[in-house]
Design a protein around this ligand. Structure first.
Ligand code: C2E
Ligand code: CA
Ligand code: CA
Ligand code: CA
Length: 277
């Protein structure tokens, strides 16, 4: 009840801004969008910098609204988090991602899928059980599923996050810290948490070929990650010099427009079939 009255207050105070008006109307439609055909999963490949092989793909949600067209996830994910729709949304995403994982396996593609998880998903005490149930229903093993969590999501309530992350980890899921470097990146919490991977935020990767500061940050993160036996992923690679630099630095996995843009599932299957390591 407190939440819905907060929502109403927000409605009153933002009414004059047309952008916010759109956000408010979207709020009511998101639940419907999940049930109709407006949401789509896109896939962005991740390749190994050691072997050039495709190791996995990040799953990214897209909303094609019948009236507004494409609505970026940065716009509706925060809304879904505020209203609690994120629970239904994340289960929808996981179910569909698991179905695609199962179809990839049938087609002989042995790759991992990385799914973005919100802080609020961890507030559901049964999150891990529900995910395991979904995996059973879709007949997939959770060994090839990675869940990406931001530092902020973890640090909001570290003790609770530790409990939830341990459950997911015990179920076989690998855990990745997303947007690494933008939050409270401290060695001590990484050591305490069952984390398998860190993803260096694209804001550092994008300028590293030209910015000494960013390059140093990437280098430091890499050596810190490797000292903790973590897989290090660089995202936001937009050109060959950046890719070469990361390869020379010993980064493990690479993701970015230079390798491939996020794409719908059919294009992704085709890309996988055409890809030569
Ligand atoms: P993120 O998790 O950091 O996802 C990476 C974003 O970087 C994606 O934006 C991707 O399209 C973009 N990207 C990838 N390579 C490049 C590149 O080389 N250059 C540039 N400039 N950008 C690149 P997208 O798909 O718009 O997603 C934005 C954010 O929305 C994500 O950031 C994530 O926080 C959230 N999001 C997306 N899908 C989901 C989802 O299924 N669930 C949740 N909870 N959040 C999601
Ligand atoms: Ca991510
Ligand atoms: Ca990220
Ligand atoms: Ca982000």
């Amino acid at each position: 009840a407190a939440e819905s009255s907060n929502e109403k207050l927000a409605v009153y105070s933002q009414q004059i801004d047309p952008y916010n008006e759109r956000r408010i109307s979207l709020l009511g439609e998101l639940r419907h969008a999940i049930e109709s055909d407006q949401l789509q999963l896109y896939f962005q490949p991740q390749i190994s910098l050691k072997t050039n092989k495709v190791e996995g793909a990040e799953v990214l949600i897209r909303w094609i609204h019948p009236e507004y067209g494409f609505i970026p996830p940065d716009e509706f994910i925060p809304l879904a988090e505020r209203t609690g729709v994120i629970h239904a949304l994340t289960y929808w995403i996981c179910r569909h991602a698991f179905q695609i994982k199962s179809s990839l396996t049938r087609q002989g593609f042995d790759i991992a899928l990385s799914i973005n998880i919100s802080a609020r998903n961890l507030q559901d005490a049964e999150f891990s059980q529900k995910i395991q149930l979904l995996a059973d229903e879709e007949n997939i093993s959770l060994q090839d599923i990675v869940m990406e969590l931001t530092e902020t999501a973890v640090m909001t309530d570290p003790d609770h996050a530790l409990k939830m992350m341990s459950e997911l980890n015990e179920a076989g899921i690998r855990l990745s810290i997303d947007d690494f470097g933008t939050g409270y990146s401290s060695l001590s919490y990484l050591k305490r948490l069952p984390v398998n991977e860190i993803k260096i935020d694209r804001s550092f990767v994008m300028d590293m070929a030209t910015s000494g500061d960013d390059q140093l940050l990437v280098r430091t993160t890499l050596s810190m990650g490797h000292n903790l036996s973590l897989v290090v992923v660089a995202e936001g690679i937009e050109d060959a010099p950046t890719l070469d630099l990361l390869k020379a630095m010993g980064c493990d996995l690479a993701q970015g427009y230079h390798i491939a843009r996020p794409m719908p599932v059919d294009a992704f299957y085709k890309w996988l079939g055409d890809y030569v390591a």
